[in-house]
Design a protein around this ligand. Structure first.
Ligand SMILES: NC(=O)c1ccc[n+]([C@@H]2O[C@H](COP(=O)([O-])OP(=O)(O)OC[C@H]3O[C@@H](n4cnc5c(N)ncnc54)[C@H](O)[C@@H]3O)[C@@H](O)[C@H]2O)c1
Ligand SMILES: O=C(O)C[C@H](O)C(=O)O
Ligand SMILES: [Mn+2]
Length: 579
């Protein structure tokens, strides 16, 4: 398992413990972020690797290097400058980069991830310094295999994050800037779940872009043609997945920020074929179910007694609906009754049966019966709220301000503690701010948001972001060597998360419905443990045959084992080897 990791350029084995093997010396070594330690090289290492002339004489520890880097970080004026600084550090010294992030997790999380990463992606072609992942060009499908293999082989790759950049967060088509989201999601796999950074391949599928600003930008770095769609696109993705299946049979494939017409379709096509998941569909569904289950504990209610309105019924919105639907099955609500529990609202208003083919297959099952809605202006969210009297309102619409004061106070008229989750990222796209929600509901609402917000009047605001589950799902799937990622696995992740919310653990009705980002490593380890145990239970785990490891079935022991498999940002002994 993670005992023989490798590096992209060299395929030299690294590991989570023991010495790091390095065949390089001098300037070449200093230029490789997975080996470079800069002023942190010891006297002996400087000797062995012929580094003396390249470094000032003082010998620094990782701690002092992190202190110096933190001062540099603090001196920068804007979040985007800080993001660029960290990106450049990542391409200089990987251990120092992750050590710095770990030491200042809460402060830096929003800089390397949502929301600042979205600014960096918008500016991708202007900020480019060094490649941070694998670029696959739709005009050269024959290069897919060679390009991926240059990053590592089955022996040294655990995780592949792929995006085609069509629907990045809520900022739409970013073309080749897709590499930014694949890379940021990969960074969190290491930071939150301890997957070795060199064992992850971030991938951008460059299939063109329909973003005219990018097409007209002389500095744009991607393919300068419109987005390829239809059979040629499908064949390209199929070829990519075929290479992943054949060359990396042990790796997990993570789909991120594909467009509405592809995300669900690709997931449905490939889920039965390999261990893959779509973070926007299933990750978002699972984190939201986790927060809702925590809310049920606060309200002392069951999910079957709750009415849900989901505003924005795209990739994330229907993913959330599906997780709720599947959970309701465990409370004896049949699929045919689902329209009495979940209402989907999108651009045309409430989704109705009469919309027929205009609905996506994922939306259709939730469509409302027209005859029950006669006399209601279903194009208005407010009117739908008046009629449904929902307990929970969830936003994945990318439409800022759509949860108006009127909508929010209407909710508060009918239920004592409305559940309101504006989830559209980045921050400026939220359907309402937590402050507005609490004001309009006299502080009664149970709030969770897609991006981080500061506390309001001392009350912590839960961040309902898929980062609370996907790193744990990914790590659990890697460690169990899962052959498929089943619905049971995703549900197990949500259930585990719900038990870790401060509102539940501290039995505090105003406590957050999700844990704090500060604790994300512990949370991810626990989610991974739930995933490993579920994968073993449902028979998709291959770890015991493949790696000849006996995995403890007892939760505490399994958690301890999971933690031993997590990579840490530390300078391990370096050992010189020949090519
Ligand atoms: N918090 C999280 O973890 C998380 C996870 C995934 C997505 N998101 C956010 O959710 C948003 C949507 O992402 P997605 O991947 O589902 O995108 P998507 O394009 O698949 O879906 C967006 C949906 O919103 C609808 N919509 C657009 N404008 C609307 C309006 N004015 N009124 C009603 N509906 C409208 C669209 O028709 C579409 O169905 C993004 O902002 C994304 O950042 C958050
Ligand atoms: O990237 C995030 O912050 C969450 C999510 O995957 C999104 O697309 O918004
Ligand atoms: Mn996403």
């Amino acid at each position: 398992m993670t005992s023989t990791p490798g590096t992209p350029s060299s395929r030299i084995p690294l590991s989570v413990a023991g010495p790091v093997l390095c065949p390089y010396e001098g300037l070449e070594m200093l230029n490789l972020p997975q080996f470079n330690r800069g002023t942190g090289f010891t006297a002996e290492e400087r000797e062995t690797f012929k580094l003396h002339g390249f470094l000032p004489s003082s010998l620094q520890t990782l701690e002092s290097q992190a202190t110096r880097a933190y001062q540099q970080f603090r001196s920068l004026p804007t979040p985007l400058d800080k993001n660029s600084f960290l990106m450049s550090l990542k391409t200089q010294n990987e251990v120092l980069y992750f050590r710095l992030l770990q030491d200042h997790l809460k402060e830096m999380f929003s800089i390397v991830y949502t929301p600042t990463e979205s600014e960096a992606i918008e500016q991708y072609s202007r900020l480019f310094r060094r490649p941070e992942g694998c670029f696959l060009d739709i005009n050269f499908p024959e290069r897919i295999e060679e390009s991926l293999l240059a990053w590592g082989t089955n022996e040294n790759v655990d995780y592949i994050v792929v995006s085609d950049g069509e629907e990045i967060l809520g900022i739409g088509d970013q073309g080749v800037g897709a590499i930014g989201i694949s890379s940021a999601k990969g960074v969190l796999m290491t930071l939150c779940a301890g997957v070795h950074p060199s064992r992850i391949i971030p991938v951008a599928l460059d299939v063109g872009t329909d973003n005219s600003a990018l097409l007209n930008d002389d500095l744009y770095l991607g393919n300068r043609h419109s987005r390829v769609r239809g059979a040629r696109y499908d064949d390209f993705v199929a070829k990519f997945v075929e290479v992943v299946k054949r060359q990396y049979p042990r790796a997990i494939l993570h789909f991120e920020d594909f467009g509405l017409s592809n995300a669900r379709r690709l997931l449905d096509t490939y889920r039965p074929q390999l261990a893959c998941f779509n973070d926007d569909v299933q990750g978002t569904g699972a984190v939201t179910l986790g927060a809702l289950l925590a809310a049920m504990k606060v309200l002392r209610m069951r999910m079957r007694d709750i009415r849900f309105v989901i505003f924005g019924a795209g990739t994330a919105g229907t993913g959330i609906a599906d997780q709720i639907r599947d959970f309701l099955k465990t409370e004896d609500v049949e699929a045919e009754q689902i329209f009495e529990h979940i209402w989907l609202v999108d651009k045309p208003g409430l989704l109705m049966k009469s919309m027929g083919d205009k609905l996506t297959p994922a939306q259709r099952q939730y469509a409302a019966y027209d005859e029950r809605w006669e006399g209601c202006d279903t194009t208005s969210l407010l009117e739908v709220i008046k009629r449904v009297k929902p307990h929970a309102l969830i936003g994945c619409s990318t439409k800022p301000g759509s949860f108006t004061d009127e909508v929010l106070s209407e909710m508060a008229k009918h239920v004592d503690r409305p559940i309101v989750f504006p989830l559209s990222n980045p921050t400026r796209l939220h359907e309402a701010t937590p402050e507005q929600i609490l004001r309009a509901t006299n502080g009664k609402a149970l709030v969770a948001t897609g991006s981080p917000f500061d506390p309001i009047n001392g009350r912590e605001i839960a961040e309902n972001n898929n980062c609370f589950v996907y790193p744990g799902i990914g790590l659990g799937a890697i460690l169990s060597r899962a052959d498929r990622i089943t619905d049971e696995i995703i549900a197990a992740a949500a259930l585990q998360l719900s038990s870790l919310a401060p509102a539940v653990t501290a039995d505090d009705p105003d406590g957050p419905l999700l844990p704090d980002v500060q604790d994300i490593r512990e949370i991810s380890a626990k989610v991974a443990t739930a995933v490993v145990l579920k994968a073993l239970e449902v028979g998709v785990a291959r770890v015991e045959q493949m790696d000849k490891v006996r995995v403890p079935r007892e939760y505490g022991k399994c958690l301890a084992w999971v933690k031993t498999q997590m990579w840490k940002a530390e300078y391990r002994p370096l050992k010189r080897v020949m090519f």
